[in-house]
Design a protein around this ligand. Structure first.
Ligand SMILES: [Fe+2]
Length: 378
């Protein structure tokens, strides 16, 4: 992978020092698209059909510059002009350091034989109540929540007693981080104005209706956990799972199935010394086993349906079967009519109620990558 060093913030947009750039700012999007398309065509054989994997792992020919993406060649030219391009030795050392294992000092819990993991409660206390019963019926040794207790649904303070009833081991999501620190917004990571409008409504409602004690408890939760999983016949070599909210590198990073390439996941697993990474935040469950045998498991959310036209929500059961890690996304059914009625009483937006009753997302859609966006109804 390319590791040309980025210009520092103070260097980025200084017209007196960026002689290599035709303007003192990155190119506008139309200009960018044309240049990126040319760059992409030059790099590959346009006549050959790309496999799904090749398409996903192929470099887009763009580099991050401030808040924008610019053509990679242009970025490298500018970096070289600034004297920040790495030579071969420096590049090799930087790559080695980048993939080196980072010890986070988190002591792994367990070992357990079978666990239930879920995320995104979004104030859906009725689904959480059903989840606890479902996990107990399955015989889970431990139940984990990957954060985002609030948002979207009604009556935030009904969630806390249920978390305690279920003995649920949680980490902070972006919601807990924001609420416990008094932040002005949820730091959900949306970019579209309409998405942000509805995210703001959810956050303000949740902030105003959560007790100070609950908010303080949220802030005391860890940002990550590690869990060992094994079966009774081979407890000496358990699998180690890393539990985080968005991704190991950022609490609000969206790991969508269609936009998360294998090499990126292999690097994360190298860096984190884990057999599997468990995440949520996107609202859509998926999993992938990599060539190394390690896995990424997005456990889904129980707060709202998975934008598929069905009312049920999703949690994930994980256990070791025949020496291999086995994760199964399980539909969770709950009284969605009762939730919708409570949302109306709380005067939450009709758009939110529509999602609960139809199974289709009506808001926060524009963050979806093209493939997931195309599968939406609205
Ligand atoms: Fe989140």
């Amino acid at each position: 992978m390319g590791l040309a060093a980025a210009p520092s913030v103070s260097q980025r947009f200084n017209p007196t020092t960026h002689h290599s750039m035709p303007t003192d700012h990155p190119p506008r999007s139309a200009e960018l698209s044309a240049e990126a398309a040319k760059s992409t065509l030059k790099e590959g054989d346009a006549s050959r059909e790309l496999s799904e994997k090749e398409r996903l792992v192929r470099h887009r020919g763009l580099a991050t510059w401030g808040e924008r993406l610019v053509p990679l060649d242009r970025f490298r030219d500018a970096a070289a002009q600034r004297g920040t391009e790495l030579d071969a030795t420096q590049r090799a050392a930087a790559e080695q350091a980048f993939v080196a294992t980072q010890d986070d000092g988190v002591v792994a819990e367990g070992p357990f034989e079978r666990i239930v993991v879920f995320g995104g409660i979004y104030n859906n206390h009725i689904a959480l109540d059903a989840l606890i019963d479902d996990a107990n019926a399955w015989g889970a040794d431990a139940v984990y929540c990957l954060g985002d207790f609030g948002g979207f649904g009604p009556s935030p303070d009904k969630v806390w007693p249920l978390l305690e009833r279920g003995g649920i081991r949680s980490i902070q999501g972006n919601y807990e981080q924001s609420l416990s620190s008094g932040a002005e917004d949820c730091n959900c990571g949306y970019a579209d104005p309409r998405d942000n409008h509805f995210a703001e409504l959810s956050y303000l409602y949740t902030a105003q209706n959560s007790s100070d004690a609950f908010k303080q408890a949220m802030g005391e939760l860890p940002l990550r956990r590690r869990v060992k999983l094994s079966n009774p016949s081979n407890s000496n070599s358990p699998f180690e799972l890393l539990l985080i909210h968005g991704s190991p590198r950022r609490i609000n990073e969206f790991l969508f199935e269609s936009a998360t390439p294998d090499p990126y996941l292999e690097v994360l697993l190298d860096q984190e010394r884990a057999d599997a990474i468990l995440c949520t935040h996107t609202g859509l469950q998926w999993q992938r086993q990599l060539a190394s045998g390690r896995s990424l498991i997005n456990v889904g959310v129980i707060g709202r349906p998975a934008n598929d036209g069905a009312r049920n929500v999703w949690s994930t059961r994980i256990e070791v079967r025949e020496g291999a890690l086995h994760a199964e996304h399980v539909p969770l059914h709950y009284d969605s009519e009762a939730l919708a009625a409570e949302m109306r009483r709380e005067q939450l937006p009709d758009e939110f109620v529509d999602t609960i009753l139809s199974g289709w997302w009506t808001t926060c859609l524009e963050i979806l990558p093209a493939k997931e966006r195309a599968a939406s109804r609205f």
